[in-house]
Write a protein that binds this ligand. Sequence first.
Ligand SMILES: *Cc1c(COP(=O)(O)O)cnc(C)c1O
Length: 336
Amino acid sequence: MAPVVDLRSDTVTRPSPAMREAMARAEVGDDVFGDDPTAKALEARTAELFGLEAGLFFPTGTQSNLAALMAHCGRGEEVIVGQDAHTYRYEGGGAAVLGSIQPQPIQNLPDGTLDLAMVEAAIKPDDSHFAITRLLALENTIGGKVIGRDYLAKAVTLAWKKGLSTHLDGARIFNAAVKLGMPVGALCAGFDTVSACLSKGLGTPAGTVLVGHRGLVDKARRIRKMLGGGMRQVGILAAAGLYALDHHVERLAEDHANAERLARGLAAAGCEVETPQTNMVFVKVAKERCAGLQEHLAAQGVIAIVSPRTRLVTHLDVDAAGVDRAVEAFAAFDPD
Ligand SMILES: *Cc1c(COP(=O)(O)O)cnc(C)c1O
């Protein structure tokens, strides 16, 4: 039987033989002592790509976001963040639990942005009743949607005028940059810190790089140690990151094309599909059919988490033939 088509997330990719080869060859040292040349090379290269001073390797994006928020905000200070943002919604409340940072969530607009008038109105005046608003945190892509440069420029300008610092959760920032045909440095200009995942579309087994101004990254390094993220011969993972920056960025366009192919195929099969912007396709499924459809797909070798708004994610390990198999499996579903 053909290999399964796993559309649950772009985190499911396995390192290719060439990536494993790069990992096996990595020069390593104890990174807590600052001795790992490969980790340092990845950090420097990523910082340069983003036009920022320094980079820091993290085991996960969650830890990178948390360390960034803690570097920006002290105890009792506040971050303005989207209601749908990963840092607010999907990180176990870590900023509040471990950072004593108060979130001020704002409803995301349908395009994924925050209404900047609402952001401005949420900034607290200097009054002892209020937490001190310190940070504006945005996300790109968010739910597969690309936030464009014009909006980001307006957002960082507002933050700058109001004395807020800025963090961008760029778990999938390379998807946004490839979609816009723009270098990540230009797209993210003005942000104080950016967290960029290597283990999503870029296909490494683990790792995220936090880039930012030197002072913030130095603070984040202390926080990373405190959070238990100081790793030793981490160059083995960093080598996968360097390999991915060389070989897996431009090809994200293939994932986007496959997402379009999937959306077109599902629409032709009668499904209600949202037009994808990057590598995520959302399809409507009647609630009472979810469990049955998920089981049917699995029997056809198509793995998906089926919900009323099912998210299907394309990635390095799904090709056009896999997409076509997924479409056929959806089309063959007979709920009765
Ligand atoms: C995946 C993801 C993260 C980090 O997730 P980890 O699984 O901890 O690496 C952060 N933000 C967004 C938007 C993500 O999609």
